[in-house]
Design a protein around this ligand. Structure first.
Ligand code: ADP
Ligand code: MG
Length: 459
């Protein structure tokens, strides 16, 4: 499905959910500008700022849920922009509500034109990256790579949980190298895009072009390499590209959510190559680092933020930096939309509505499993087993669904926890349960009760 078709599908679902009046008034004139699978961001083009404000205020959850399902993500980020604001943003990087990518498009174009391969976001630089104890090694290694590409740490492998800055550092490497030497060919490629490219090359008989493209690259930045797990043919192609670039002393940098040796479904010979160079990791930032990041992001958007407010936001968000940014954007946007100063009480109000996890009552896998086990009388051992008993399969799927919904863990973490299952199995399970809930209101009610129970017992 192309973007247009996906949006049409969404309109059909939205019509059922909120009625055709709403769809005609607000959604009909919107189009999908861009979908970025790597960051799970969808950029919606809205006709004017009035529609933008209205939709952002009332319909983001609807869009997140249903458009998210069409894009197969549970964590869709929706960014609306109208043409007018986008132009303004291109001349001054002022507002935080405007996505970095859209805002940068205008300034970025000449560089892109010269460098059609790069795919770099010029907002992700070393300057805009805050260094703290949680990421200083990865930062130092990344920066070192830009000074002597292909010689020092090759490949460089950075791993860490979601939203901790891996993608940012990959782009920073690319931007810095391109800045230092304009003739170097840099390519940033999320692994899932690489996989698709390879599949298309096979389908359309373009393998030689595919290989030629990769062989002329000097610096290859592959994001989320874990996506090639269980894709044997792609791994094969990648293995050859890797060898070619490596032997030609070209720089290769990987990001991943897991340490090379714990990556499942990756052929051993490739896995070992991934850790040939330097392997470094990113951790959760400390409170001080989080405060520094918030201040930096606010300053970049010309927003005035007191220390107290920065502290409040930083202490509210525990799991990752992407969420931290999200919280800041919500506070800033709310203040702008309602024409208020950004005060502590405003921030508190915004963040409490948004249901930001407050640290003290974070739900973990054990809480979910405990609840499920009480409700359905299956043990954790049952859930982890390979037993395909029909009822047990459903309960296992329900557990996955609730683990995703109630914790901030990745599909991969959930799969690992439940007997080493693949992330696609978990995703499939979640979709199954969502579909079942749509069609069976009794199941839906049951799950809501179960969810409430888990939340109540945890808090
Ligand atoms: P990952 O790829 O690890 O999931 P990203 O690189 O996409 O995470 O980071 C998520 C967001 O957090 C990005 O907007 C990024 O700019 C921001 N971010 C992460 N780490 C830092 C940091 N140390 N300083 C400033 N911004 C950061
Ligand atoms: Mg990333």
């Amino acid at each position: 499905m192309n973007h247009e078709e996906i949006w049409q599908q969404f309109l059909i679902i939205a019509r059922e959910e909120v009625g055709s009046r709403v769809v005609e008034t607000w959604f009909k004139a919107i189009t999908i500008d861009e979908w970025d699978a790597a960051t799970q961001k969808v950029f919606l083009r809205v006709p004017n700022s009035f529609v933008k404000d209205w939709v952002e205020k009332h319909y983001i959850p609807l869009i997140k849920t249903h458009l998210g399902r069409l894009f197969h993500t549970h964590d869709l980020k929706v960014i609306c922009a109208d043409t007018k604001i986008e132009k303004e943003a291109a001349s001054s990087p002022a507002t935080m509500v405007i996505p970095a990518r859209v805002a940068s498009e205008g300034r970025h174009y000449p560089l892109k034109k010269k460098r059609p391969l790069a795919h770099l976001n010029d907002n992700y630089t070393f300057e805009s990256f805050v260094v703290g104890p949680s990421n200083s090694l990865a930062y130092a290694a990344a920066y070192a790579v830009t000074e002597k590409p292909g010689t020092l740490y090759n490949p460089l492998f950075m791993y860490g949980g979601s939203g901790l800055g891996k993608t940012h550092l990959l782009h920073a490497i690319g931007n810095e190298i391109a800045r230092k030497n304009r003739t170097v060919e840099v390519l940033y490629q999320p692994a899932d895009r690489f996989v698709n490219e390879f599949i298309n090359a096979i389908r359309f008989d373009k393998i030689p072009q595919f290989q030629a493209k990769y062989q002329r690259i000097d610096v290859l930045l592959i994001d989320d390499i874990q996506f090639i797990s269980n894709k044997e043919q792609t791994q094969e192609a990648f293995f050859h590209i890797f060898n070619f670039l490596y032997e030609a002393h070209k720089q290769i940098v990987f990001s991943s959510d897991a340490y090379p040796h714990t990556m499942k479904g990756v052929a051993e010979r490739l896995r070992s190559r991934l850790s040939w160079g330097l392997v470094t990791d990113l951790h959760l930032p400390s409170l001080e680092t989080k405060v520094a990041i918030i201040k930096k992001k606010a300053a970049a958007g010309n927003h005035v933020l007191s220390d107290d407010v920065a502290h409040l936001i930083a202490s509210q968000v525990v799991s990752n930096i992407r969420e931290l940014e999200g919280a800041l954007i919500r506070v800033v946007a709310f203040a702008a939309l309602t024409n208020q100063q950004i005060t502590i009480s405003l921030a508190q109000k915004v963040l409490s509505h948004a249901g930001v996890s407050s640290g003290s009552k974070t739900i973990g896998f054990d809480n979910v499993i405990e609840g499920v086990a009480r409700f359905y009388s299956y043990t954790l051992t049952d859930l982890r087993s390979k037993n395909r008993n029909k009822e047990l399969v459903l309960v296992r799927q329900i557990a996955m669904f609730l683990m995703k919904k109630l914790t901030d863990k990745s599909l991969r973490d959930i799969g690992n926890f439940l007997g080493g299952r693949d992330h696609s199995t978990v995703m499939h399970a979640i979709q199954k349960v969502e579909d079942a809930c749509l069609h069976h209101s009794d199941l839906n009610q049951k799950l809501q009760r179960l969810e409430q129970e888990i939340v109540q017992r945890t808090s």
